[in-house]
Design a protein around this ligand. Structure first.
Ligand code: HEM
Length: 398
């Protein structure tokens, strides 16, 4: 089957499997395209950048679809205020203290399959690993709550909720309700009995800065972290592994010089865009790329298309972790809604590959049994069998 070259929104399963040729044509011929459902689909880098930066006209709204709003869908100044209360704790430097824990989780998961010489990489490694790390950082009980965290991490649809049919939409909303209740429960437990964990720290920080703890707001912020951080990061780790396996020369380079791991991850964020698009609602009449857009319109920001825009990235279809414009990608968004979990995702990726390279050799992708995901918003596998040879030298205990 050849890849489709005509883009439609919402994307068909064929487009989801291979959207790249269609993105190129979209950028060239219809950079601001109105979809049959009325959404304006924007695909050029030069158009997306100012939209991401302008929160006043292009607002992030109606993301969960639930009456309990997450902070990324509340108007300013509330959004920025709630974001500032969280951001310092999940910045790169404070996160460094979780590196040993992340390393131990990676080793623990690999211990479970290393003797088999094969594994479904996304379901047995990337997903549980990202669930464990987010739980470990926040101080959640990863063993007791694993099943429900996984269900929420994989089953909450966010911006995709309008394009998945009524049944799945309702299921997704129910899950958001459950995540939120869980978040509130976690906050209340720590208010009653403080613990030595990040959630307790966040509660204290809020008390210090605001004089009170808003359980409702904190519960939904915690829910947002759970919902936003698992499927996305599991896809990023799986996509990076697939890109390395499909580019053996790059794999050899990165294995020989582990300091290149972050660059391989960033290039995957650009080349594969684990999240393909974001949503904005225009707050007033405006113009994008010469096209008039009325107030109240829904915009689909196809960051995955912008990440292959030749005006920003030389040879954009080439996977090249040594490219100069590496950190210009929009894979984590940009501006006031830039991904708050980017440092967490980057830490997870770096530690995961460092440990995987210690433990597994001669890794191969079982292309025949690889199943690409069918999610309208994400890019990643449903199933990703790989084969490998266990490393002869056991990893040092972590
Ligand atoms: C590779 C993994 C990830 C990808 C590709 C990703 C992607 C994104 C993107 C594109 C945005 C911008 C949304 C917009 O502008 O509408 C975003 C926002 C956000 N992400 Fe991530 N994300 C990842 C991991 C995480 C993790 C691990 C967490 C939390 C632990 C997280 C939490 C958030 C939050 C809370 C926001 C909203 C920020 C705001 O609106 O101010 N993300 N993410």
């Amino acid at each position: 089957m050849s890849a489709p070259d005509e883009y439609v929104f919402p994307p068909t399963p064929e487009l989801i499997a291979c959207p790249w040729a269609a993105y190129t044509k979209l950028r060239e011929s219809r950079p601001v395209y109105q979809a049959p459902g009325g959404e304006y689909v924007i695909s050029r880098y030069e158009d997306l950048w100012p939209i991401y930066k302008n929160n006043a006209i292009f607002a992030s709204r109606d993301r969960t679809g639930h009456t309990t709003k997450n902070f990324n869908e509340v108007p300013e100044p509330d959004h920025m205020e709630r974001r500032r209360l969280l951001a310092p704790s999940v910045a790169p430097y404070p996160l460094q203290r979780y590196e040993p824990v992340a390393r131990a989780f990676a080793n623990e998961l690999i211990d479970g399959f290393v003797d088999r010489g094969e594994v479904d990489f996304i379901n047995e490694f990337a997903f549980p690993f990202s669930t464990y790390v987010v739980s470990g950082i926040l101080g959640l009980d990863r063993r007791r709550d694993y099943d429900r965290l996984m269900r929420w991490g994989t089953g909450f649809e966010g911006s995709a909720k309008d394009y998945i049919g009524e049944e799945r939409r309702t299921g997704s909303l129910d899950r958001w309700g459950e995540i939120y209740d869980y978040g509130r429960e976690q906050i209340e437990e720590r208010l009653a009995e403080p613990r030595d964990d990040l959630l307790t720290e966040l509660i204290e920080a809020r008390r210090e800065k605001k004089g009170e703890v808003d359980v409702e707001a904190m519960g939904s912020d915690l829910g947002g972290f759970i919902a936003a951080g698992m499927h996305t990061t599991a896809n990023m780790i799986s996509d990076t592994m697939r890109m390395l396996l499909q580019h053996p020369d790059v794999m050899a380079d990165v294995r020989a010089d582990r300091s290149l791991i972050p660059a391989a991850i960033e290039e995957t964020m650009r080349h594969q865009s684990p999240v393909q698009w974001n949503v904005r609602i225009t707050q007033e009449d405006t113009e994008v790329g010469g096209v008039h857009i009325p107030a109240g319109s829904k915009l689909i920001l196809v960051l995955a298309a912008a990440n292959r825009d030749e005006s920003m990235f030389e040879n954009p279809d080439e996977f090249n972790p040594r490219r100069e414009s590496l950190n210009k990608h929009l894979g984590f968004g940009q501006g006031p809604h830039f991904c708050l979990g980017a440092p967490t995702a980057r830490l997870e990726g770096r530690i995961a590959f460092d440990v995987l390279f210690d433990r597994l050799e001669q890794i191969e992708l079982d292309e025949e049994n690889y199943v690409h995901g069918h999610h309208v918003e994400f890019n990643g596998p449903d199933k990703m069998p790989i084969r490998f040879v266990p490393a002869r030298v056991p990893a040092p205990a972590s």
